[in-house]
Every structure is written in structure tokens, then in C-alpha cells.
Design a protein around this ligand. Structure first.
Ligand code: NDP
Length: 332
């Protein structure tokens, strides 16, 4: 009895609670042919997991009630039945939410713990970093001189979006976040030109003040009031990458459409939904470009790391509540 796993105990109705999770102690699993046994060291908790806790069909399969959940993880190979992996290798894979994972070798990727801290492979150099890169450059078609607004700006994706835009010659970068400390971090540490606390006053009002000449690009992590504010401020032929809508993930009824969407006609702006999985071809280019920026400190990142796998459910709830700055992770 020396492995631990987190199972979905029940589907949440509205905001999830600890009762929706079950922590189970189990035997360490044994790898079969073509598999490796990994001792997970760090696990990712991500907003998309909220969707997978529901039964509604979406781009990712719902988690099964009573079964262990999964998500990104990095860990050390303990046993291997394949030549490509040796004990001691550090691998990235998709069987998080557990202390020990038996992973099909074809679904594991070796990472270099010397090149970057292992946590970075789940954040700034991993899925959330790629989301920022692909969303800004490919989906929103960012170009030099653009004024960019990003919501959820102090989170894993948003903090990279804003810095990349600055590094690539944005005229002005504006971010919104939910605490004054996060706002200060954006302007004082990450180099955002302006930032505001969306809880202080109506978003549209604060965005108009921060971007008096309007915005050319909106990177949406939040939806709802933020999206309406962005529509209000977007310039002619502006571009929106719709990456996330965390403000509606706990809704029990469909969210209302942006009330001012009709202005899409006069302003001829574009809104494009995105899924990072469609952009994996950009991964090598992303790593080549962003890894040196991270190593040199030109692109900064923050991680909020919670200790102990038994605290993973609480870490996930805290992520939805905004307790994280940068990437939320769990150290096993
Ligand atoms: P974050 O690190 O940004 O964490 C989530 C943050 O959302 C919290 O820290 C909180 O910050 C903010 N938040 C929570 N509730 C609200 C609310 N009601 N209104 C405004 N902000 C809120 O997570 P990620 O960077 O991992 O993800 C950011 C977004 O990108 C999410 O919507 C996620 O679903 C999406 N995503 C989409 C992908 C895709 O392929 N389309 C891939 C990866 C992520 P605060 O204190 O500022 O409120």
C-alpha cells in the first residue's frame, strides 16, 4: 500500500468541492510489455480539468466517476520494459493525479532536467507556454505595433502571452488579474505597460482607461464581462484568440452571449477559438525560441507549488479560485 491516487468521487454541480475527489492508497502498479513505471515528482492542475469532471461532451473525454483522474506530470522512471527508457530517466506524460504511473512508453517523452527545472516542462516550456505562443502568434496573428489585451494575465498562459507580445514589439500590453499583488507583478516584474484588478471596477471602464486608443489583439482566458469589454475596445480589423472562458466553467446554465457582439459587423474583427492540440507542430519552433528567453531571464515565469499529492484536490480548487501566480503545480 504505497502508492496514492486521486479519483473523481462525484461530478460537481457548480463550484467543485473536496467531496468530489477521493484519495486512495493502492499497491504500486507493475509495468507490462512496452511500459514504464514512473514515480511522479510534479503534477499539473489545469482549468480544463473542470470540464472533464462534468459529463458534458467536450474536446476532452470526461473523467469517469470512481476512476483515477489524469493530467500532465513529470517523474522519474523506476522500471522499464523497453530499450528507449532506463531507470533514472525523467519523463513527461499524461498520467498525473497519482504518485506512481504505469505509462505506455510511446506516450512518454524524455525531458532534460539539466536544461530547465522539471516544473518548467509543465508550464512555461510545456503545454501552457505553447498555448500562449500559438494563441498569440498563430491564432491572433500578432504583429509588431499591435496593442494587446490579455485577461487572466497573471496565470500560466496569460503571463507568457503578455511578455511574448512585449518581446515581439507590441506597442502596448495590458493585462487584467484578480488581486493587486498580481497587478503589481505584471507591471513591475513582467513589463506590462498597464494592468488592472478586474474586481475593482467594471472591466470595460478599466480597459478603456488603460487602452485609450483601443486594442488590436485580445487574448481571452476568461470570457464573460472581459470578452464584452474587449469587444467594446477592439479596433477595426482586430483579432481575438479565444483560449479560455474560466468565468463560466462553473456555470450550471449556458452563459449569455456577449451583449455587444453585433459590433463585429462594423468593426470587422475576428474571433477564433483555439485548442493547443491543433498547434503541436509549432512545438519545436516554440522551444527553440522560448527556451533561450527563459534561460536568459528575458521571459520570466512564476510557479505556485503545493506540496503533497493529498493536497492536489485543494490545489485544483485554489487554482479555480485564483490562488496561483503563474503555473499551479503539485509536488508529489
Ligand atoms: P491560470 O494559471 O490562468 O489559472 C486560472 C486563473 O483564472 C486563476 O488564477 C484566476 O486568476 C483566474 N480566474 C478564475 N476565475 C475567474 C473569473 N471568474 N474571472 C476572471 N479570472 C478568473 O490557468 P491557465 O493559464 O492554465 O489557463 C488560462 C486559461 O486558458 C483557462 O481559461 C484555460 O481553460 C485556458 N486554456 C486553454 C487551452 C486551449 O487549448 N484552448 C490550453 C490551456 C489553457 P485571478 O486571480 O486573476 O482571478
Amino acid at each position: 500500500m504505497n502508492a496514492t491516487e486521486i479519483r473523481l468521487a462525484s461530478r460537481p454541480h457548480g463550484v467543485p468541492t473536496l467531496e468530489n475527489f477521493e484519495i486512495a492508497d493502492v499497491e504500486i502498479p507493475v509495468p507490462g510489455e512496452g511500459q514504464i513505471l514512473v514515480r511522479n515528482q510534479v503534477l499539473s492542475v489545469d482549468p480544463y480539468m473542470r470540464g472533464r469532471m462534468s459529463s458534458a461532451k467536450s474536446y476532452a473525454e470526461p473523467y469517469e466517476v470512481g476512476k483515477v483522474m489524469h493530467g500532465g506530470a513529470v517523474g522519474e522512471v523506476l522500471e522499464s520494459t523497453v530499450d528507449d527508457f532506463q531507470p533514472g530517466d525523467i519523463v513527461l506524460h499524461g498520467l498525473g493525479w497519482r504518485s506512481h504511473a504505469v505509462v505506455d512508453a510511446k506516450h512518454a517523452v524524455k525531458v532534460d532536467p539539466e536544461a530547465a527545472p522539471i516544473t518548467a516542462y509543465l508550464g512555461v516550456l510545456g503545454m501552457t507556454g505553447l498555448t500562449a505562443y500559438a494563441g498569440l502568434l498563430d491564432v491572433a496573428e500578432f504583429k509588431e505595433g499591435d496593442t494587446v489585451f490579455v485577461s487572466g494575465a497573471a496565470g500560466a498562459v496569460g503571463s507568457v502571452v503578455g511578455q511574448l507580445a512585449k518581446l515581439k514589439g507590441a506597442k502596448r500590453v495590458i493585462g487584467s488579474a484578480g488581486t493587486d499583488e498580481k497587478v503589481k507583478w505584471l507591471t513591475d516584474e513582467l513589463g506590462f505597460d498597464a494592468a488592472f484588478n478586474y474586481k475593482d471596477a467594471p472591466v470595460a471602464e478599466q480597459l478603456r482607461a488603460a487602452a485609450p486608443e483601443g486594442i488590436d489583439v485580445y487574448f481571452d482566458n476568461v470570457g464573460g464581462e472581459h470578452l464584452e469589454a474587449a469587444i467594446d475596445s477592439i479596433n477595426l480589423h482586430g483579432r481575438m484568440a479565444i483560449c479560455g472562458m474560466i468565468s463560466v466553467y462553473n456555470n450550471t446554465e449556458p452563459a449569455a452571449a456577449p451583449r455587444n457582439l453585433a459590433s463585429i459587423i462594423a468593426k470587422r474583427f475576428t474571433m477564433r477559438g483555439m485548442l493547443v492540440g491543433d498547434h503541436f507542430a509549432l512545438q519545436p519552433q516554440f522551444v527553440k525560441e522560448v527556451a533561450p528567453l527563459v534561460a536568459s531571464g528575458e521571459l520570466k515565469y512564476s510557479e505556485t507549488i503545493v506540496d503533497g499529492i493529498r493536497n492536489a484536490p485543494q490545489a485544483f480548487l485554489d487554482l479555480l479560485g485564483g490562488a496561483n501566480t503563474g503555473k499551479m503545480l503539485v509536488r508529489v
